[in-house]
Ligand binder design. Structure first.
Ligand SMILES: Nc1ncnc2c1ncn2[C@@H]1O[C@H](COP(=O)(O)OP(=O)(O)OP(=O)(O)O)[C@@H](O)[C@H]1O
Length: 350
């Protein structure tokens, strides 16, 4: 059954952040270009939601919009509602004053970017970053530094050694873990992670991901994990949201999306990823290129590359279709996708 292009009402599964019809617009090549186009999604309390998309698809825009941190002169529209507790009134993030936003960030919603080296000030020891953040938010420094030590230990780091180092004295994996500890110092409820392990080798990526699961449990976090690496996040996330060219294409439980995707783009993406179990000959790159935001197609953004596209797809944006319990797909031809883009069994392990 077709649905509106946005989720409506409160979810039975208790959202902690609701993103509703959020768009981000920049003036590019003298025209309004949407680098995020009418995205609606919930981050549910206690879940890890993986947001997967190619480079330039708008992943960072989504995370930035959720904290009203889109870089000027970008314009964010729509609604982002944050529910500090299940039955509390929502906070409308896009309506907050600068001072209110300063409090929301770090204390309620915290963000970790890739490349810890550029996030840390090279002339300040790691300890200084923790102390500075605690002071800036009027937290008790002594108590906060106790928590810092615990967080660093939770991330399998030696607290004394790390706190007394400059970031360049630590390995990439160590400084990225120190950055995760720093992001949690003010006990936020939500962690937005934007390609947090992209610069690290595979082994370190995997070990950080398994730590993340433990940290999530211990500190009751809800995590949005952004990546271009579908197999990486499939092993971690409860649900996946697939972003293609500034729009959401499909959202569902990880297992459903990986093993029963109903969107031709998700299926093509699954076919395009290298996988240790599947022979290289079964991999297939996606033909064509993603649109530039200044020249996005008027209908479904994937239509120009899609084997199933019909006139309707080129003219109209597809609505959401509920294709399974807790899985929705924005494709007119979702019921033909499985046959048109066939997958080897077990392409990615959920
Ligand atoms: N400051 C800016 N001004 C104008 N356009 C921008 C700006 N920053 C990003 N964009 C454009 O917005 C689109 C989405 O960018 P975004 O950074 O969200 O992509 P992404 O999916 O996070 O990519 P990556 O994985 O490469 O970081 C891209 O087409 C990008 O070129």
């Amino acid at each position: 059954m077709p649905r509106e292009r946005h989720e409506t009402g409160r979810d039975a599964s208790d959202p902690i952040v609701e993103v509703r019809n959020v768009s981000v617009t920049y003036d590019l090549e003298n025209r309004d270009a949407m680098v995020l186009d009418d995205v609606s999604i919930d981050l549910r309390r206690g879940e890890i939601l993986g947001v997967v998309g190619e480079s330039g698809s708008g992943k960072s825009m989504l995370a930035n919009a959720m904290m009203d941190a889109v870089e000027e002169p970008g314009i964010t529209t729509g609604e982002v509602r944050y529910y500090p507790e299940s039955d509390a009134a929502p906070i409308n993030v896009l309506d907050l004053t600068d001072e209110e936003l300063r409090e929301l960030r770090w204390e309620e919603i915290s963000m970790v970017f890739q490349g810890a080296l550029s996030s840390f000030n090279p002339t300040m020891k790691i300890r200084g970053h923790f102390e500075e953040t605690l002071k800036a938010h009027d937290y008790d420094v002594e108590e906060g530094m106790e928590r810092a030590r615990e967080l660093l230990s939770d991330l399998y780091l030696d607290p004394d050694r790390v706190l007394d180092s400059y970031s360049h004295e630590l390995s990439g994996g160590m400084s990225q873990r120190a950055l995760i500890a720093l992001s949690l110092i003010l006990e936020p409820e939500v962690l937005l992670m934007d390609e947090p392990t992209a610069a690290l080798d595979l082994l370190m990526q995997r070990s950080i991901l398994s730590l993340l699961d433990d940290i999530k449990q211990k500190y009751d976090l809800s995590i949005l994990f952004i990546t271009h690496d579908l197999p990486l996040v499939a092993g971690l996330a409860d649900r996946l949201a697939i972003l293609y060219a500034f729009e959401l294409a499909e959202v569902g439980s990880t297992e459903q999306v990986v093993s029963n995707s109903q969107h031709p783009y998700t299926r093509a993406l699954l076919k395009a990823v290298p996988n240790l179990d599947a022979p290289l000959s079964t991999m297939q790159p996606i033909e064509g290129t993603a649109p530039n935001p200044a020249h996005a197609p008027s209908g479904c953004h994937y239509a120009p590359r899609c084997p199933l596209a019909t006139e309707e797809c080129h003219q109209e944006q597809p609505p959401w279709f509920d294709v399974a319990d807790d899985q929705r797909t924005a494709c007119f031809h979702h019921d033909e996708a499985e046959e048109a883009v066939a997958l080897e069994p077990g392409v990615v392990d959920a």
